[in-house]
Design a protein around this ligand. Structure first.
Ligand code: SF4
Length: 481
């Protein structure tokens, strides 16, 4: 039985109305990190939701690797990614040759605008009026939905989280869990509004409502747009992981499949997945393997019941090749598992939107200045405590801490550090590099805080300290004698 027959006949749920399509706008460089962070911090529930979800994700990851030689697996993952990126032109060439042999049409997009033009052009040429989409951070990077709507194509996001994001006119808040910052009550309110009636506020009922509408979308869409977790050079295939099956439906039910994939996603061999897949799923969701792992190798062949009539793959550069051979090349090793976000003490307080662009957390603080430039995105590399928790969890051992320090140095060299910040650090450096001044200023600081504290806690009412104490308690530790 074909997939289409298997899911066929899904009626639209009562009252179903298509979601609003316009995504929320990226906020770089019109707002500051502080302004964006304040917005999340002003929603106490969002902060609790982010902390709860990230704690849960970290414990799932720890449990997943409790019985395996995790460190050796990470070493192997690093080796594979480092080898692939060091030989990227060769492996890309191999992937393209094999993909074309499989019947895939391959395009190269040098930047975001070119990616939008190519995909919109395919839709116009192939008379595609509607597309279903599975989660793709690359498509977020190029703001694809707006471009498609600009040429009259209806877009429906089919990952449940992305569907909610789209219907709310929001942006994903996490690489793996786009609505980490949203509550079930908010989803209930949204779906009830879409249905025109009060739906039961139960996860199963809400999911069933979305599922029925999405199944109809799969069956009626002319095109399906996906990202790709890996490009396998030796076979010319694209690998996709999902837990909802939407990636498989998107790539196999509509007559045209278009995949937008970053050039850095290439890996040499299928057998590399034996290492990278458990690292990706274990660090992403704590699973041994995701519910669906799909490897697509071109359009449907004779006698195959499923698959698109055409497969197009757009390889996205958009700043990636400029990193090859340079100080920040290791950023290209990233497999987008989201684990560094879960452990980052800054991300856990402010969430993904504070970073102003597509990626949040440590990897966002690295990729945003690299892909958007220091003038626009350099500020977010400051949004880190340099605690190193991200280095400790990264499945492919990206030295995020070193990359962040390098980006901070680069920002300074490019003259993007505000004058008052330069002066503050110059004074701080001059004072704390002299032991007697260090001892004197810390003693004065400790004494002043002692005078301001009540029962060892400095309250949020103390002027001048509010930016610290509004969001957390400042508890003074007693000096040991
Ligand atoms: S930097 Fe490492 S931990 Fe963060 S998303 Fe990429 S692979 Fe995962």
């Amino acid at each position: 039985m074909s997939v289409r027959e298997d899911i066929g006949g899904s009626p639209l749920p009562d009252g179903w109305a298509a979601p609003a399509h316009q995504p929320g706008a990226f906020e770089l460089p019109t707002t500051t990190f502080e302004e964006r962070a304040h917005r999340t911090m002003a929603r106490p529930f969002a902060r609790r939701a982010i902390a709860g979800a990230t704690d849960h994700a970290v414990s799932l990851t720890q449990a997943r690797f409790a019985d395996v030689d995790h460190e050796t697996l990470r070493d192997q993952g690093r080796q594979i990614r480092a080898h692939a990126i060091a030989n990227l032109p060769d492996y890309l060439e191999q992937w393209i040759a094999n993909a074309e042999q499989n019947g895939t049409t391959v395009y190269f997009a040098a930047d975001e605008g070119e990616a939008r033009r190519i995909i919109a052009g395919i839709c116009v040429d192939e008379n595609i009026a509607s597309v279903v989409k599975s989660k793709s951070m690359a498509s977020e990077e190029v703001a694809l939905n707006s471009a498609l709507e600009g040429v009259g194509v209806d877009v429906v996001e089919t990952d449940l989280g992305e569907f909610v994001v789209q219907a709310m006119g929001d942006r994903p808040g996490h690489v793996i869990a786009p609505i980490l910052h949203r509550t079930k009550d908010e989803v209930h309110e949204l779906f009830s509004k879409m249905a025109g009636r009060d739906l039961p506020n139960e996860a199963e009922e809400l999911t069933a409502f979305a599922r029925a509408g999405l199944r109809h979308a799969f069956l009626t869409a002319d095109g399906g747009i996906t990202g790709g977790n890996f490009l396998i050079a030796e076979t010319g295939e694209v690998m996709l992981v999902t837990n909802e099956g939407n990636g498989r439906l998107t790539s196999s039910v509509p007559r045209v499949h278009i995949a937008l994939v970053g050039i850095e996603k290439v890996i040499p061999r299928r057998r590399d997945l034996a290492v990278l897949l458990p690292l990706l799923t274990g660090h992403g969701t704590g699973q041994q393997i995701t519910t669906y792992v799909s490897i697509t190798g071109g359009p449907r062949r004779d006698a195959e019941p499923d698959g698109p009539e055409q497969t197009h793959v757009v390889l996205l550069d958009a700043g990636r090749s400029a990193l090859l051979g340079g100080e920040f090349e290791e950023a290209l090793h990233c497999i987008r598992c989201g684990a560094c976000q879960n452990v980052c003490p800054v991300y856990r307080q402010v969430g993904g939107h504070a970073y102003g662009w597509v990626y949040g957390g440590p990897i966002g603080a690295v990729l945003t200045p690299l892909f958007r430039g220091q003038a626009e995105g350099g500020e977010v590399a400051q949004a880190t405590t340099l605690c190193g928790a991200c280095d400790d969890i990264c499945p492919v051992r990206i030295p995020l801490h070193d990359l962040l320090l390098g980006l901070r140095r680069q920002r300074d060299e490019q003259g993007e550090v505000p004058r008052r910040e330069q002066m503050a650090f110059a004074v701080w450096g001059a004072v704390w590099s002299r032991p007697w001044l260090y001892r004197m200023t810390t003693a004065v600081g400790r004494g002043s805080l002692g005078l301001l504290a009540r029962d060892g806690v400095v309250s949020s009412r103390v002027p001048g300290l509010r930016r610290w104490t509004d969001g957390r308690n400042l508890v003074l530790e007693r000096r040991r004698r």
